[in-house]
Design a protein around this ligand. Structure first.
Ligand code: PLP
Length: 430
């Protein structure tokens, strides 16, 4: 089923059939079933669910149903679900609420979180709060002992993502949550990358107090998020307004998107096994074929403790930005780092925390797959990428095997590249 109009295709400058979308950790296609479920709430049933008359009340019933479906995704009761505007708001709200309800001033988190947590905790640090940011091992994994050591008497909350958006590395959040419970500290997990990829149905039975999700990562629209807050967890609202969401989040509900998210939650459960097997098989085939065809290529992140859909690959001696521009030219979408930090000159904070040198970190490209990807997408990417990398390497001043580089000076080459990139970025930002 297609619901894109010609005008959208034209606006995107490329007909949809020419796009090979391999960037599903940045955002996902809205599922046709989700779109269909939403339409009546944008056209016919536009009432405000808080209105007293039946035209509004009818909408309220659909909100209730969506809340039940989202609750089922994490094995929770509907009362434990708070709808927000996005994953970022859910993350910010959990930390804000914990600081307000406990009156404590210290947060434990990691160096590899999404900018939603990194930038909020940096702001908090500048405003009198203490933050401990835990490092990770070379394979991106986190030590439970480090978490335990970091918890202090004045720790209000530990916030650690469930799965990393850049590498897909999965953290043992349920064990960390139990540890926090023993220590009497609240635990929040940014689970934005997990629905439909990891089975979350036991969340409500775990010791996780807060969990964030975002609609646009699971084939629902952008601009709708979820904060799961365990029964009896005290909440101080982050968005203050009307009494919506049982006084826990002000603002008229984004009805159509919430209904869409409910449908997307159903589908995430329905396709969970497929994502864990078929999508993982696509990802593994892609990685293994590249490893076979290209030397000096590395897969970042622990290959066992990883989301089934994510491949983060270092192509030594090339700049990821050059790869991405060439991929873009042939309609293949992938990314380096998080979509929220695109354009930054710094190498990825996640890959840097894993100990990659700046040069290797700058050579990394993330490919992330979804249930809409097919073997044909992988074939296309495999047809394009190896010769592209070989060509870029042949031209690269970073390549020690380059015939021009017998007196190869790594530092000078690096400086030249950085100067060039800074000039390019400055020109783009002007
Ligand atoms: N957390 C993680 C791990 C993410 O990947 C993202 C989005 O990239 C977010 C939070 C932010 O979600 P949203 O775009 O809905 O604000």
């Amino acid at each position: 089923m297609s619901y894109l109009t010609d005008s959208v295709d034209i606006a995107m400058h490329a007909p949809r059939h020419e796009v090979t979308y391999l960037d599903n950790n940045a955002t996902t296609r809205v599922a046709p079933e989700v779109f269909e479920a939403m339409v009546p709430f944008l056209t016919e049933y536009y009432g405000n669910p808080s209105s007293a008359y039946s035209f509004g009340k009818r909408v309220e019933g659909h909100l209730k149903e969506a809340r039940e479906k989202v609750a089922a995704l994490v094995g929770a009761t509907p009362k434990e679900i708070i709808f927000t505007s996005c994953g970022t708001e859910s993350d910010n709200a959990a930390i804000w609420s914990a600081l307000q309800t406990t009156g404590k001033k210290h947060i434990v988190t990691t160096q590899v979180e999404h900018s939603a947590i990194i930038n909020q905790t940096e702001w908090l640090e500048k405003n009198g709060y203490g933050v401990t940011r835990l490092g990770v091992a070379a394979d991106g994994t986190l030590s439970l002992a480090d978490v335990e050591k970091a918890i202090r008497d004045d720790t209000a909350i530990v916030s650690i993502m469930w799965a990393n958006n850049e590498t897909g590395v999965v953290f043992p959040v349920e064990e960390i949550a139990s540890l926090c419970k023993k220590k009497g500290v609240l635990f929040h997990t940014d689970a934005v990358q997990t629905p439909g990829k990891i089975d979350l149905r036991h969340v409500a039975k775990s010791d996780i107090d807060f969990l964030s999700m975002s609609g646009h990562k699971l084939h629902a629209p952008k601009g709708v998020g979820v904060l799961y807050a365990k029964k009896r967890t005290k909440i101080v609202p982050y968005v203050i307004g009307g009494g919506q969401e049982r006084g826990k989040r002000g603002g008229t509900e984004n009805v159509a998107s919430i209904v869409g998210l409910g449908r997307a939650a159903d589908l995430a459960l329905e396709y969970l096994a497929e994502e864990q097997v078929r999508v993982k098989t696509l990802r593994d085939r892609f990685e293994n074929a590249l490893l076979e065809r290209l030397p000096n290529l590395y897969i970042n992140g622990n290959r066992e403790q990883r989301l089934p859909n994510t491949a983060n690959i270092a192509f030594d001696f090339v700049e990821a930005e050059a790869v991405l521009m060439r991929l873009d030219a042939v309609g293949i979408c992938a990314s380096s780092g998080s979509a929220c930090t695109t354009g930054s000159l710094d190498p990825s904070h996640v890959l840097s925390a894993m100990g990659l040198t700046p040069a290797r970190a700058r050579s990394c490209v993330r490919f992330s797959f979804s249930r809409y990807n097919t073997d044909a997408d992988i074939d296309r990417a495999l047809e394009v990428i190896p010769p592209m990398i070989e060509q870029l390497r042949a031209m690269s001043p970073l390549n020690p095997n380059h015939t021009d580089n017998h007196d190869y000076d790594v530092v000078a080459a690096r400086e030249k590249e950085e100067k060039l990139m800074a000039e390019t970025m400055a020109a783009i930002n002007e």
